[in-house]
Design a binder for this molecule. Structure first.
Ligand SMILES: [Zn+2]
Length: 256
């Protein structure tokens, strides 16, 4: 098992300060604002996939935000493993978009969890399309790529959704970590007890979900010790040689 290299955070700050102070007598409406442009780039996680060894995909729903999502990324960076993030469109703003950019630059996959996180099995086709296209377009603005996979809110699906969403539907094995009553140890035990080769692990990086951040400190090392390789959802399908189709009506949890 080759562990990923610990990535380096490369902060390339390009500051440009230009312009001269206006002469005192001209201090009127024509005030010049100097903007410092800061470009930060993040090192891509380095890892290799050995097809003869078991694989697992960590996935996180309900972000992005600048707190918990960032803490999850810190853990991924620490252990050198990627994950896939299923975003809620309404959580994307200028600040959280920076966190999405960081995840993408690290090599994480950015996926789709709808705009408003409503029960989409109660929506008309037009509204369903609007929900997913909003997120895909926002993500494309940030990363340059549309979203590849869709996780239905509350895992509620129907044929209208399958007919109108051009992405494979992803579920996964969960540990009810959206419920704050579920302890860190329960999150760890429920996750580790369910994982097998090809499993999609369903967790949440909703704002304040610190117990899941803490659980990662046990879940990731335990699975690495067992020889699991962490991959994105796309890489999981690739490594198993499973062709994905936007037209199927599957709800994927374990890829074999
Ligand atoms: Zn959700």
């Amino acid at each position: 098992m080759k562990k990923g290299l610990f990535p380096l955070l490369i902060a390339a700050a390009m500051l440009s300060a230009c312009g001269t102070a206006p002469a005192e007598e001209t201090v009127t409406a024509a005030e010049t604002t100097t903007t410092a442009e800061t470009e930060v780039t993040y090192a891509k996680l380095e890892y290799e996939i050995d097809p003869s060894k078991p694989v697992v995909a960590l996935t996180f729903d309900d972000g992005p935000n600048t707190t918990t999502t960032a803490q999850v990324l810190d853990k991924l960076e620490l252990y050198g493993v990627p994950a896939s993030f299923f975003l809620i469109g309404n959580n994307i703003n200028d600040a959280s978009a920076e966190v999405v950019k960081r995840a993408y630059q690290m090599g994480c996959e950015i996926d789709n969890h709808s705009k408003s996180h409503a029960y989409m099995n109660q929506m008309e086709a037009d509204a369903i399309i609007e929900e997913v296209m909003y997120v895909s377009d926002k993500v494309e603005e940030i990363t340059g790529e549309p979203t590849k996979f869709f996780r239905p809110p509350y895992i509620a699906t129907n044929t209208t959704m399958y007919d109108n969403i051009d992405m494979p539907f992803i579920c996964g094995v969960g540990c009810n970590d959206w419920d704050n009553m579920v302890t860190v140890q329960q999150r760890i035990d429920n996750t580790l007890n369910q994982v097998q080769d090809g499993t999609i692990i369903l967790l949440h990086d909703a704002q304040g979900n610190i117990k899941t951040v803490e659980a990662l400190d046990t879940i990731i090392p335990a699975l690495l010790d067992e020889g699991y390789q962490f991959v994105t959802v796309s890489e999981l399908f690739e490594s198993k040689g499973v062709e994905i189709s936007a037209d199927d009506s599957n709800l994927y949890t374990i890829i074999q």
